[in-house]
Design a protein around this ligand. Structure first.
Ligand SMILES: [Zn+2]
Length: 52
């Protein structure tokens, strides 16, 4: 029972990490400063470079 509960927590944590990792990968990098920014922005919020 305890083993099954631990396995469930492991699966949930792994799934959360994968989701966060995929979200980070989907964020485009700024051509000016290289930081990842939100997809729907017209310009980088950090350095002001226009996003292509
Ligand atoms: Zn930038």
């Amino acid at each position: 029972m305890a083993y099954g509960f631990g396995g469930l927590i492991f699966l949930v944590v792994t799934a959360a990490v994968v989701v966060i990792f995929m979200r980070q990968r989907n964020r485009p990098a700024c051509p000016g400063c290289g930081l990842s920014v939100d997809r729907d922005l017209d310009e980088c919020p950090y350095c002001g470079t226009a996003m292509t």
